[in-house]
Write a protein that binds this ligand. Structure first.
Ligand code: FES
Length: 183
């Protein structure tokens, strides 16, 4: 009889403890979730700060800076007279020195259907053998069907030398003085 009573007591103690254990579990889960949210908050903040820093210091200005890709040295500035055109067939461009001394590196591809153009020195113009388009020394269309001016390549003039970046071909509709490289 005594032992039955003892058993009852033990059982009742166990049932009394259960809510306490549940509460403990809930509390520790709540704490865990709080810590998790805090951790996630810190991570998101760090990422935000990193994005801001990246935007400020990754050099938005450097995107606009000219980065040469495939430079070809064409020669000394003085070796090209104003009003002349020199072919660089290997580089697939004509180096034109305009009457005012500025340089342009013009693509040899006609802007109509892509045939190779030729320079006619006596008429001071480029002509296309395919459909007779003609271009001025600065690449502007003189005679259609070419729809736009010749493409051109960036030029760097350094230490008296003309260098053409054949890795970057620039398209344009019309000639503009900003496209010309000067000393
Ligand atoms: S491809 Fe040059 S005029 Fe047609």
């Amino acid at each position: 009889m005594k032992s039955k009573q003892k058993n009852k007591k033990v059982r009742s103690k166990q049932t009394d403890d259960k809510p306490a254990i549940k509460e403990n579990n809930l509390e520790s889960r709540r704490l865990f979730l709080q810590k998790l949210w805090k951790g996630l908050g810190v991570l998101v903040s760090l990422e935000f700060v990193a994005v801001i820093f990246g935007f400020l210091f990754s050099g938005k200005s450097s995107e606009n800076e000219f980065k040469p890709k495939q430079l070809i040295e064409a020669g000394n500035v003085d070796s090209f007279n104003p009003g002349t055109v020199t072919p660089f067939r290997g580089g697939r461009f004509y180096l034109a020195r305009l009457a005012d001394g500025g340089f342009m590196a013009l693509s040899i591809r006609c802007t109509h259907l892509g045939c190779s153009i030729n320079w006619e020195d006596d008429k001071k113009r480029f002509v296309c053998p395919c459909h007779a388009s003609a271009f001025l020394i600065n690449g502007e269309v003189q005679n259609p069907p070419a729809p736009k001016a010749l493409d051109y390549y960036p030029i760097i003039i350094e230490s008296g030398k003309v260098k053409v970046d054949v890795g970057i071909r620039l398209e344009r509709n019309r000639f503009n003085k900003d496209q010309v490289a000067y000393l």
